[in-house]
Design a binder for this molecule. Structure first.
Ligand code: FE2
Length: 131
């Protein structure tokens, strides 16, 4: 579900590396969700999603600093997208336990995977085009 692809690469090594790390964390959570034999998997998945959320904040900050360093014209609107995503992740109730826990976590992971890939391919890639 989470996979770093060639098409996501901006050609800015530290940003590309951070994007890879985000995909790695997401894939780790996804594999754990699929693992029916893992004990206490929900606690681990929640921890990974939380780590992903925290790492995203650090990554966005670095990406925004980079945009500033190259005088990127669309920094403000780009930052709004980042802020909206952080807000959406913060609003997730990861401790919500119900009978559809697998489905609940799957929906969260699908949302994160979709957002990340679309944001990188539609918005981050424009940064590369302006270098
Ligand atoms: Fe971005």
């Amino acid at each position: 579900m989470f996979e770093m692809k060639e098409v996501y690469k901006l050609g800015v090594p530290h940003i590309d590396e951070q994007h890879s790390r985000l995909f790695e964390l997401g894939e780790k959570a996804y594999n754990l969700l699929k693992d029916t034999y893992s004990i206490d998997k929900y606690d681990k998945i929640v921890a990974i999603i939380q780590e992903l959320g925290e790492y995203t904040v650090t990554h966005f900050k670095d990406e925004e600093e980079y945009m500033q360093s190259i005088n990127y014209k669309r920094l403000l609107s780009h930052k709004i997208e980042h802020d909206n995503f952080i807000k959406a992740v913060n609003e997730l109730d990861l401790n919500k336990i119900d009978s559809d826990q697998d489905e609940y976590i799957m929906n969260i992971l699908e949302f994160i995977a979709k957002w990340l890939s679309e944001h990188i391919i539609e918005k981050d890639i424009l940064i590369a085009g302006s270098i």
